[in-house]
Design a protein around this ligand. Structure first.
Ligand SMILES: [Zn+2]
Length: 234
């Protein structure tokens, strides 16, 4: 699931630099991580949002600030924290984006209407369909981010959320390959968080229905590398 963009509006205290900004201005504001060199054209990927008037250029998080996140462990299965950490590591390596743990929370993602300029950390929750109705049925998780944009500049993500269906994933964990499957589901939702949409290609982890893919495919990796290559925002 992808949250709606916050839309174009002036954001007090934030300035988004487009890719035309002089390097001198951006000099002190360098990407924190390294985007991997990945082969292109080998698979399918789609972005959740593209920049207005610039097809193919995704809306992304700034690579020059960490993505701060808090975790709600209310319905975490045994071993869930370790699998989440592994999934975050995979997404961080595939994008070059740096994630920063900012503690625990009782909040659920998507609970509050996004407020322009008010950027709390990303909320990652082991939830149940009672708290997060989008998880009803065979939905194992949802994830997405909210974008902001100042007029004339590029849009960028400011925060987001991931809800993981604790009861569903607790039963997935009982399968022989359970831990790897749960890790893959978390990676898929984190893929949405950083800006990937579904593709109609069963070889990719961002396929809407997972048919046994346990790690990112070639298209996923090309899209993730692009999402880690956005402009610095400060
Ligand atoms: Zn999905």
């Amino acid at each position: 699931m992808v949250l709606a963009a916050a839309g174009a509006a002036a954001v007090v205290g934030y300035t988004a630099f487009g890719d035309e900004a002089p390097l001198g201005i951006l000099g002190a504001n360098a990407p924190l991580g390294t985007v991997p060199d990945v082969p292109t054209g080998l698979g399918s990927f789609a972005f959740a949002q593209e920049q207005l008037g610039r097809p193919g250029m995704p809306v992304a998080y700034s690579p020059c600030e960490p993505i701060r996140y808090v975790v709600n462990e209310a319905y975490a299965p045994a071993g869930g924290a370790g699998l989440l950490a592994e999934a975050i590591g995979e997404v961080s390596r595939a994008t070059g984006l740096v994630f920063e743990a900012a503690g625990a929370t009782d909040e659920m993602p998507f609970a509050a209407t996004p407020v322009l300029g008010d950027h709390g950390p990303v909320v990652i929750a082991w939830a149940s369909p009672v708290e997060v109705p989008d998880l009803v049925g065979d939905v194992a998780g949802v994830g997405g981010s909210t974008a902001e944009q100042t007029p004339g500049a590029l849009a960028y993500y400011v925060s987001g959320g991931v809800a993981l269906d604790g009861p569903d994933l607790t039963s997935v964990l009982q399968r022989p390959d359970g831990p790897a499957q749960v890790r893959a589901i978390v990676m898929h939702e984190l893929g949405h968080l950083v800006g990937l949409d579904h593709v109609d290609d069963p070889a990719e982890l961002m396929s809407a229905t997972n048919v046994g893919v346990l790690t990112f495919g070639p298209g996923d990796r090309e899209g993730l590398a692009a999402l880690g290559s956005g402009p610095c925002v400060r």
